[in-house]
Design a protein around this ligand. Structure first.
Ligand SMILES: Cc1cc2nc3c(=O)[nH]c(=O)nc-3n(C[C@H](O)[C@H](O)[C@H](O)COP(=O)(O)OP(=O)(O)OC[C@H]3O[C@@H](n4cnc5c(N)ncnc54)[C@H](O)[C@@H]3O)c2cc1C
Length: 546
């Protein structure tokens, strides 16, 4: 008789609850900003997308894990075709993005100044389960904004209805073609040349080194019109429609798809432009200025997506901590594991509030409801929020993976991809250093800092007594930042300290916003948020080195 052997232990997998209703910050944040009536009108779509994100989309994402876009350059008979096939997850993501109006909402403007908040609340739910389909969406949104701001009526009438469509049949995405082999930070070195054609259109010749939405119907591209001088001021912004009437790429060759660390669902291509027909968007010079609206929008998407990745990783880690037993108790009951996760939640909550402040300011600016102080704060926050949340995301997601032990390192749990994808957030749309210099040199820092201090001051004004230490830490960090800038140090020291300065501004404002958030909650609901305030202060907000 064989001995009775107990079945081997099988660990149950982490599960997600509704991504909206289970979010510890977003519903309360929306209630504070939108009020009960407007939120009640918007909540059904948030609950619906939250359910999809935690269920069918999350399942599809895991089933799609090994799929990647493919590039077929030649047909069997030797014709160059450069066809890119996307994965099933991305095809479903596009369908849902159009259905939920992720690039339509801010242009329909049904909620006025709060339209951006509605849009990005949905993006927050959509992003972590769609393998960075938010990349083409961000550029599509940015292209619509750029064309509108440039006031080019013909292009607006032609392209914006596609970019903001709620009809899958007419929806277009857009690329942004800026980076060349010569540099993505210093785009003024771009080599792509533009020559006038004899049909009223221009022809572009050059090589674009990173183009992420390689399947897009259109793109906004920087190129140097013949006869223009060197540097960024000699570049112009061009509108490119990628395919001709027969659906063939028009003067564009896809040389290869990048073999990347992460974002592997994103078909990032190297393109050769060989006589690509193009139209000027806004004059023969000033292209880097004309494309700024694109960067403002994509940096806002980047900030929200950073917060959203953190939230997703922590939702999984929290659930796992309740299921996984070690030393006789669920991980969730082990003091040090709880401590570790709570510190990460504090970072995530701070990042969420900072990203959504950026969203709020952007929405009010687009509605013409932003005063001078708000405008100065927005200019400073665009680089500061993007760089602060991007760095937090990589750290939080890395720690969240460790909270799964070895499982966090195993591909078919679907966890490692989160870290690889998160790593792009501090790189594209401006690296940490480049954005820190942007904040220091190009954002009108004195006015921005004064506006930021006033906003933090308002946030801390009625701080609950128990949050006094956290409030003091936020104030002290901002005062230190202001002292560090005055009197102006030498230019080299200022540049060298720009990253510490920008991160201090970002983290101190996060802490102030978290104190405001906790104070605004009913006393019975305040405990967890108040705990995050103390933790964020303890994790360190003042990074300035004198
Ligand atoms: C997955 C992916 C997709 C992308 N998609 C697109 C796209 O669709 N369209 C597009 O146009 N671009 C795209 N990019 C390019 C991206 O925007 C650039 O890689 C980025 O802007 C950095 O440019 P670079 O790679 O040339 O690095 P560099 O500009 O060479 O920078 C190298 C390093 O030097 C630092 N540095 C540069 N200047 C300074 C300075 N003044 N002071 C201090 N440090 C400095 C940077 O911080 C960085 O660490 C994509 C990149 C990736 C990774």
């Amino acid at each position: 008789m064989s001995p009775t052997v107990a079945p081997p232990f099988v660990q149950s997998a982490p599960r997600l609850g509704n991504s909206y209703t289970c979010d510890p910050v977003l519903p309360a944040l929306l209630r504070r900003k939108l009020g009960a009536e407007l939120l009640a009108r918007l909540e059904p779509e948030l609950v619906e997308l939250g359910e999809l994100a935690a269920g069918p989309l999350y399942e599809l994402q895991r089933a799609d894990r090994r799929n990647e876009p493919t590039l077929t350059q030649w047909d069997p008979w030797g014709t160059r075709i450069d066809r890119i096939e996307l994965t099933p997850l991305w095809r479903e993501a596009e369908r849902l993005a159009v259905r939920f109006g992720l690039t339509a909402i801010p242009y329909e403007r049904r909620e006025g100044a709060w339209s951006r908040l509605r849009q990005f609340a949905l993006v927050h739910l959509f992003h972590p389960v769609t393998d960075v389909y938010t990349c083409p969406l961000a550029m599509t949104d940015g292209a619509a904004r750029t064309l509108l701001d440039a006031g080019n009526e013909a292009l607006v009438a032609h392209a914006v209805p596609h970019l903001t469509s709620r009809d899958p049949a007419s929806f277009w995405t857009s690329g942004q073609w800026m980076t060349e082999a010569t540099g993505g930070s210093d785009v003024g070195r771009a080599e792509t040349a533009a020559h006038p054609g004899d049909d009223g259109r221009w022809r572009l010749y050059g090589r674009k080194w990173f183009t992420s939405a390689a399947t897009s119907q259109m793109a906004l591209a920087l190129a140097r019109p013949a006869g223009n001088g060197p540097g960024g001021s000699g570049l112009a912004l061009f509108y490119v429609e990628c395919r001709d009437a027969a659906g063939r790429l028009d003067g564009i060759r896809v040389e290869r798809l990048k073999d990347k660390l992460g974002t592997r669902k994103v078909p990032t291509a190297e393109l050769t432009l060989d006589g690509t027909p193009a139209l000027l968007v806004a004059g023969r010079t000033g292209g880097t200025r004309a494309i700024e609206p694109m960067l403002r929008i994509t940096r806002t998407w980047n900030s929200v997506c950073a917060a959203s990745f953190m939230r997703h990783a922590l939702a999984l880690a929290d659930d796992y901590a309740a299921r996984r037993i070690a030393f006789g108790a669920p991980l969730a009951e082990l003091p040090l594991h709880r401590e570790t996760l709570a510190d990460l939640h504090a970072e995530c909550a701070g990042a969420t509030l900072l990203a959504f402040l950026l969203v709020e300011l952007l929405g009010h600016e687009e509605a013409g409801e932003l005063d001078a102080d708000g405008a100065a704060l927005l200019r400073l926050l665009l680089p500061v929020a993007k760089l602060t949340t991007g760095r937090q995301c990589v750290q939080v997601v890395s720690e969240a993976l460790e909270a799964f032990g070895g499982a966090g390192y195993v591909e078919d749990t679907g966890l490692p991809v989160l870290l690889r994808d998160a790593q792009v957030l501090p790189i594209w749309e401006g690296t940490t250093n480049v954005l820190a210099l942007d904040a220091l040199q190009r954002s009108d820092l004195p006015r921005g800092l004064a506006a930021l201090q006033r906003r933090a001051g308002r946030a801390l004004l009625d701080a609950a007594p128990a949050l006094g230490t956290a409030a003091a830490a936020a104030r002290a960090a901002l005062e230190h930042a202001a002292r560090w800038l005055v009197p102006p140090g030498d230019a080299v020291a200022l540049q060298a300290g720009a990253r510490r300065l920008a991160l201090t501004l970002g983290r101190a404002l996060e802490l102030a916003l978290l104190v405001e958030h906790a104070t605004g909650l009913a006393p019975a609901e305040r405990g967890r948020a108040a705990d995050w305030c103390r933790r964020l202060a303890r994790n360190g907000v003042d990074l300035i080195a004198d």
